[in-house]
Design a protein around this ligand. Structure first.
Ligand code: 13P
Length: 253
């Protein structure tokens, strides 16, 4: 039985004080988090260290939103795996569509970052998803397949076991337009089958595939009840404790 993994991607919201307040509010209800659910918060870099301290001994995990493909060096503005780990970060979102779109990240670069994260004990949450015009042209499956193959290239079975894939259709992010549970399920099933072809079914069956794109308390339960949807990567609705906790509760078995 796969765990349900609900991650809050705070994007470029919440300064240090706001971050600590949000985590304090979530922690007030920490004991209500269902035992089958892993909850992760992914704040901006500036809040990682302080939240890493606050979350020591907590069941709530910490994730970053990006990471350099390099170990260290003269890379102004970049943050390394070692820096993330020193802040008690366990997960890292890689290849988010906003990084692909605004920062020109390619499957090749994302693949380097995924490998760097895995080689150094961080668990990547790797994002894939088609744009609106691609869905309209009926090429969702080949687009997503190319992304999945590209970002996972060269990984071994044991790497996949520590990797989460997040399917986030770009047209559903921050737009209020959610993929229907069936649309999302179809793509998740296709991704799992592809991973079974690339590795084997035992690896594919254990892979956690999250859905992201306008997930909110009102639609979370139906999405999460689909057989191949194992969690959610939540943007806007994760910025308030109540909304995030409601999505977490929707993941109860
Ligand atoms: P929204 O939930 O705000 O649509 O954002 C989704 C997302 O991009 C999570 O990574």
């Amino acid at each position: 039985m796969r765990r349900t993994v609900i991650a809050g991607n705070w994007k470029m919201y919440k300064d240090v004080l706001e971050s600590t307040q949000l985590v304090e509010d979530i922690r007030k209800q920490e004991s209500s988090i269902p035992s089958n659910v892993t909850a992760i918060v992914c704040p901006p870099f500036t809040s990682l260290a302080i939240l890493g301290n606050m979350l020591k001994g907590s069941t709530i995990k910490l994730g970053a939103q990006n990471m350099s493909e390099h170990d260290e060096g003269a890379y102004t503005g970049e943050v390394s795996w070692k820096m993330l780990k020193s802040a008690n970060t366990e997960y890292v979102i890689l290849g988010h569509s906003e990084r692909r779109q605004y920062f020109k990240e390619t499957n090749e670069l994302i693949n380097l970052k995924v490998k760097k994260a895995l080689d150094n004990g961080l668990k990547p949450i790797v994002c894939v998803g088609e744009r609106l015009n691609e869905r309209e042209q009926g090429i969702t499956d080949p687009i997503v397949k190319t992304q999945v193959k590209g970002v996972l290239a060269g990984l071994k079975s044991q790497d996949i076991e520590r990797t989460i894939i997040a399917y986030e259709p770009v047209w559903a992010i921050g737009t209020g337009k959610t993929a229907t549970p069936q649309q999302a399920q179809d793509v998740h099933k296709m991704i799992r089958k592809l991973v079974a072809q690339l590795y084997d079914w035992s690896v594919a069956d254990r892979l956690v595939i999250q859905y992201g794109g306008s997930v909110k308390p009102e639609n979370a339960r139906e999405l999460l009840s689909q057989p191949d949807i194992d969690g959610a990567l939540v943007g806007g609705a994760s910025l308030k404790a109540d909304g995030f906790l409601q999505v977490i509760h929707a993941g109860k078995n």
